[in-house]
Design a protein around this ligand. Sequence first.
Ligand SMILES: *Cc1c(COP(=O)(O)O)cnc(C)c1O
Length: 430
Amino acid sequence: MNIIHSSELFSQAQQLFPGGVNSPVRAFRSVGGQPLFIKRGQGPYLYDVDGNRLIDYVLSWGPLIVGHAHPAVLAALAEAASRGTSFGAPCELEIHLARLIQDFIPAMEMMRFVSSGTEATMTALRLARAFTGRSKIVKFEGCYHGHADMLLVKAGSGVATLGLPDSPGVPAGATADTLVAPYNDLDNLTGLFNQWPAQIAAVIVEPVAGNMGVVPPEPGFLQGLRRLTTEHGALLIFDEVLTGFRVSLGGAQGLYGIHPDLTTLGKVIGGGLPVGAYGGRREIMALVAPSGPMYQAGTLSGNPLTMAAGAATLQLLKAPGLWEAMDGQASRLCDGFAQAARRAGVQAVVQRVGTLFTTFFTPQPVRDWATARKADTTQYARFFQAMLENGVYLAPSQFEAGFLSTAHGDVEIEASINAAMNAFSRIKNG
Ligand SMILES: *Cc1c(COP(=O)(O)O)cnc(C)c1O
């Protein structure tokens, strides 16, 4: 594969940006090689600066659920842009997008738009602390909720451990109230509630984990979270930044029938522009400034471009049968990958919920971070490179989700399965 122009640009970028990138996982560090510079996207395809065409299963890390450069999204953007890009004052498009979101996720009785998922989760936790008057929060090992200081913790498997920061620059004080529990482990969480009675403000969870690779909640796990938080007077926060509109159109809460107190969204609801949102029960949201005392603000929050692109995207998702078709393609793709691995004699497990999937190089299904980290990342790197050579762009890390869009048709699914057969046999014989 010719990557001459990408290489040239990457050397320039390395002078300007740490690691040559503006978000770490783009740098290909965990799969080797160097990132491709993208010139344009169209439907399910990426085109890089050297003219390579790739079937894209990253889709800007999830937002592009209707594919790249969808004409309806571009038209909505052009129309909005022609009237100005930001007002710092309310616009009707905010109401339009909020109502569309409510059609899919009715638990968001009130909401607030922000500009990233990081802001959404950070603020949802501030709000939970304001509402309960408590300080401690619980997160799960292997779950990512953006890069706010208090959430940069995954430490302490097994026992109830006070969080230690994962990153230099995060003071111990910032994570001192962050408790960490293993995913899919209700006993451990029960232990935390008993150890810190009446001190836990909220439990925040990726209701289908996507940021350690795709790990579904085991039967009863989410129900258990709902029961335990209610019993102990803590709020339940579903971080659906990734899962919203992707594990089902109603998110994980729709799929599993659980009603969280607060929900965070991002990615899909911005149609490819920067976005986040938090929302939930009206009495909780009433605490947010200016209706209440909990402060939160944003210069570009609810800007008309993001609102227009998001609304156009959600509108498209309402087409009858569209979700079922996309879910069906995801199922075909994952069955094809699993069968290709089996035929080649490579140990791999393909985990999927809706349009999110991960090929784990493990013999056993992955249920938490402890089992995820057993994956053979060297094999994943070889799989990734072989797929790239075969024209398929997967996430450049074992511990990320793959994404599908409504633009991926039979041709792309078939080509991807063929690429996987080739890639798995190369790994086996490699
Ligand atoms: C992507 C993601 C975030 C952070 O969103 P940004 O827009 O990147 O700040 C938070 N939570 C989850 C579950 C995510 O997948």
